[in-house]
Design a binder for this molecule. Structure first.
Ligand SMILES: O=C(O)C(=O)C[C@]1(C(=O)O)C=C[C@@H](O)C=C1
Length: 356
């Protein structure tokens, strides 16, 4: 026992040191905040945050786990930023959605999360300055793209200033945590589809109802002891549910990608992505000529989606993601030759790539 006491004493001494250093760090951050406010610069600096994480993860000798290091510094930076100003983050709600989880994963618990009822409402919250940033889903690795989000970018002047990846794990949850209590199950159609095999094999006789979000399903289960919901860990916490079965999704590697929208234009980090939208004329080879500009500059295209333009029947806009930052000379060059081949063109943002 003497050894145990001794070890705990050492831990206490280190905690005191960490506490002292956290406050010292906070003092510097307050100074940085004053300089940024004076020179009218954005307080949230995604490129700097990424540089901090990357440097520390690279430097970490262990045994402290790298992912936990990221989470610890996420909260240190979130709390530090709140000393400059609490950041208001609008997200596609209600509370407990995967978008809520994504917002907290990125901005930390010291930000103020504002639940919006729809994707257009998230855009409006940021446009009307009710929120500093917005978080919206853009695509799921199994279900594909969220068209509504893509369409919103046509009319909005907001930038994409970051992306967040969340691994989607679905849990079957109810009030008691007892399987036998479940008489019906609620969830979003995507979540139900992603757990179809598990549901067929394990609950073939229980009726399943579709509702508008996994969070709504969790809320309903929290008010009805014979109901269960399929949803995120966040919903479990927010609605005080108990997990009956964890991880009931049929496929591993189920990720959803979320975008952060706002006014800032993040600086280059060296590991960035650029999103843009364009349309081409109805001529043979016009799409090919546009995209050739990227191929000629050796630029990797990570995504292309087409959507109806909505202005003219059978005209389309193309959403493209490429590796790199708009300030990279090769990208600048490609975009200059690219614009000669398109009838409409808009850069949606250059931003640090999200951690998967
Ligand atoms: O370096 C800054 O600009 C800071 O405000 C400090 C800090 C940090 O805690 O390290 C806080 C928030 C920013 O988004 C980036 C970094």
């Amino acid at each position: 026992m003497k050894r145990l006491d001794e070890l705990r004493k050492n831990i206490d001494a280190i905690d005191d040191e960490i506490l002292h250093l956290l406050n010292k760090r906070a003092e510097y951050v307050i100074e940085v905040g004053k300089i940024k406010q004076k020179s009218n610069r954005p307080l949230y600096v995604p490129s700097r945050e990424k540089a901090i994480y990357d440097r520390l993860v690279k430097k970490n000798p262990g045994p402290f786990p790298p992912n936990a290091l990221r989470s610890v510094f996420r909260e240190i930076i979130s709390a530090s930023l709140s000393l400059e100003e609490v950041q208001k983050i609008s997200y596609l709600g209600p509370e407990g959605t995967f978008t809520h989880l994504a917002g907290i994963k990125h901005f930390g618990l010291s930000s103020k999360m504002i639940s919006a009822r729809s994707i257009p409402e998230v855009f409006e919250d940021v446009e009307k300055k009710r929120a500093d940033y917005g978080v919206i889903p853009i695509e799921n690795s199994l279900e594909g793209v969220v068209n509504h989000t893509l369409d919103m970018f046509m009319d909005s002047d907001l930038n994409i200033c970051g992306e967040i990846f969340i691994e989607v794990n679905h849990n079957l949850m109810n009030k008691s945590g007892v399987f036998e209590d479940i008489k019906r199950i609620y969830s979003h159609p995507h979540a139900i589809a992603q757990c179809r095999n598990w549901l067929n094999n394990n609950v073939p006789n229980i009726q399943i109802f579709e509702v508008e979000s996994t969070a709504k399903a969790a809320e309903m289960a929290s008010k009805d002891s014979s109901a269960a919901a399929i949803g995120s860990e966040m919903a479990e916490i927010v609605y005080s549910l108990k997990v009956v079965h964890r991880g009931i999704e049929d496929f591993a590697n189920n990720f959803t990608r979320f975008l952060i929208i706002g006014d800032v234009k993040p600086e280059k980090t060296g590991n960035d992505k650029t999103s843009l939208v364009f349309s081409v004329t109805h001529e043979a080879g016009s799409l090919y000529s546009a995209l050739k500009a990227f191929a000629d500059s050796d630029i990797n295209m990570t995504k292309i989606e087409s959507r109806p333009s909505k202005l003219k029947t059978w005209e389309y806009v193309f959403y493209v993601d490429i590796d790199g930052h708009i300030s990279d000379p090769m990208i600048k060059k490609a975009i200059d030759s690219f614009t000669g081949n398109v009838s409409f063109f808009k850069i949606l943002g250059s931003y640090p790539k999200g951690e998967k």
